[in-house]
Ligand binder design. Structure first.
Ligand SMILES: Cc1cc2nc3c(=O)[nH]c(=O)nc-3n(C[C@H](O)[C@H](O)[C@H](O)COP(=O)(O)O)c2cc1C
Length: 164
């Protein structure tokens, strides 16, 4: 069976999480196709789908929201999992509820088999100047907060759910 692992990223953190997840799913015996949403992947033809998105200004990436809505019928017909990648999930207290994730899923007519909010990175040298100003004004903590072993563990956890 094949799983589409599709992701939307601005500064690259979500890509690294998606790569880690795809490798973990392959280690569980699934065939995982890793595709940037910029390539407009077609979820049809895959038996299951995982979508990952970075978070900006308390929203998932617009491309992720548009893609999911456009393919909602297809996603509803197979196991679908979602993960976010954000700065705030670096705080364990904020991992359970992520406004961007909750708003996105509330608007989507698809019930995911699994949802997780992972910490990403906030690295100023990967962010355009005007956004650095915004982040500094919001006093956003900077650093690499990724927990790739947690992503691998989630891959092991959701593999049976994606098999359906
Ligand atoms: C302009 C901007 C706005 C952001 N807004 C939020 C936010 O509202 N909440 C949050 O938790 N993280 C926020 N972040 C941090 C990102 O979610 C974090 O850098 C994440 O790793 C981005 O994923 P990406 O590298 O795949 O784009 C913001 C980052 C930028 C550059």
């Amino acid at each position: 069976m094949t799983v589409l692992v599709a992701y939307a990223t601005h500064s690259g953190a979500t890509r690294t999480l998606a790569e880690t997840l795809a490798a973990a799913l392959r280690a569980e015996g699934l065939e995982a196709d890793l595709v940037d949403l910029e390539e407009h992947p077609d979820p049809d033809g895959h038996d299951a789908v995982v979508l990952g998105s970075g978070v900006r200004v308390e929203s998932v990436e617009k491309s992720a929201a548009h893609w999911a809505r456009r393919h909602a019928e297809t996603l509803a017909g197979r196991p679908f999992a979602f993960f976010s990648c954000s700065g705030s999930a670096a705080d364990p207290a904020k991992r359970e509820t992520q406004k961007a994730t909750d708003t996105f899923l509330a608007d989507l007519p698809v019930t995911p088999v699994a949802v997780r909010n992972f910490p990403g990175w906030v690295l100023m040298d990967r962010i355009p100047l005007h956004e650095r100003v915004l982040l500094k004004s919001m006093r956003t903590p900077t650093g690499d907060f990724r927990d790739l072993p947690a992503v691998e563990a989630w891959g092991r956890e959701i593999a049976p759910l994606l098999r359906g």
